[in-house]
Design a protein around this ligand. Structure first.
Ligand code: SAM
Length: 312
């Protein structure tokens, strides 16, 4: 049976990936270091697209030179600052039958790079948009990290400001999926300090740098191990951080965090059973039941609550 019978023509076009067919947007991944990762499809598209929308036109010429390809189409600058304004006029050309190739400086467009604006506008205008996939540092680092790949979340660049770093890491403290961040050599030392403040020091993580290049390196250790290595041998070049998600044990720890009333009741029972002073019993119970971040409940509040329970 023909499943495409009830589709509009633009929906049907999504199933047709003949690059000689005109009138569409193609997002194409470019090498993230190793020029040999350029696909045949990328090379053909660079030579044949009517318009190439490039994040940086000089980088595009450099790529084309290295691939020994002549870009025959019109080249336009398409970057973070103009992508919203440019998208509709480029899509007018698509409507008139042009093929627009969108490329960023390296890797997959839209992944911390321009491209999303034209995808959204193409969808809104029901114009065909497709992808010539290829290198992207997220997947490369994730696959090489040795950490679980079945579920992961990509968080873009680690925030620059320390307060925002801590906020972001707190939000992700109990994320169970593997977490991937982009990072720069200038900020990695500070980032490792912030990670150590929030995450357990023994959480497995990997630091991948200069992927696909001559000095490719993947450091696999724990958060504290990577922090030490960053201090002793500061990593240069482009960096991806991959952090294992929270273990079931860590999650269990959070869900088993006791309320003040439960802590007070436990303390009363402990004092009774062991013939100790209530204050000493509370100190012991709080030590035995820390909060997930390692801190303890407030002694005075637990004491006050225990007295109230006793009076009932
Ligand atoms: N669109 C790109 C992609 O698909 O990977 C990402 C662009 S983002 C502006 C650049 C960041 O990606 C770098 O700062 C670095 O964190 C990461 N990156 C890019 N190339 C890399 C490489 N060869 N090795 C490690 N990280 C890389």
């Amino acid at each position: 049976m023909d499943d495409t019978r009830n589709m509009t023509s633009s929906e049907k076009q999504m199933f047709s990936n003949d690059d000689s067919q005109r009138g569409k947007v193609v997002l194409a991944a470019t090498p993230i270091g190793n020029i040999s990762d350029a696909s045949d499809r990328l090379k053909t598209l660079l030579a044949t697209a009517d318009i190439v929308a490039a994040e940086d036109t000089r980088r595009l010429y450099d790529l084309a030179n290295r691939l020994q390809i002549h870009v025959n189409g019109r080249i336009v600058a398409y970057h973070d600052h103009n992508e919203r304004d440019k998208s509709d006029s480029l899509l007018d050309d698509v409507e008139n039958g042009a093929t627009i190739l969108v490329v960023s400086d390296a890797g997959m467009p839209t992944i911390n790079d321009p491209g999303l604006a034209i995808v959204r506008r193409a969808i809104a205008r029901q114009l065909p948009v497709t992808c010539a996939p290829g290198p992207s540092a997220v997947l490369d680092a994730l696959a090489l990290s040795g950490l679980p790949t079945d579920r992961f979340c990509y968080e873009g660049f680690v925030p620059r400001k320390r307060s925002e770093q801590l906020k972001k890491f707190r939000e992700l403290q109990y994320e169970t999926r593997t977490i991937v961040f982009y990072e720069t050599p200038q900020r990695i030392a500070q980032t490792m300090k912030s990670l150590l403040e929030i995450f357990p020091a023994n959480r497995p993580m990997a630091l991948a740098r200069e992927l696909t290049k001559n000095y490719e390196e993947v450091r696999r250790s724990t958060i504290s191990g990577i922090a030490d290595s960053v201090e002793q041998d500061p990593p240069r070049g482009e960096i991806v951080l991959v952090i294992q998600g929270a273990s079931e044990q860590e999650i269990h720890h959070i869900s088993s965090a006791l309320s003040i009333e439960e802590l007070a009741r436990l303390s009363l029972a402990y004092a009774n059973d062991n013939h100790t002073r209530l204050k000493d019993a509370i100190a012991q119970i709080l030590q035995d039941h820390p909060y997930p971040d390692g801190s303890l409940a407030n002694k005075k509040t637990v004491y006050q609550t225990a007295l109230e329970i006793k009076e009932l």
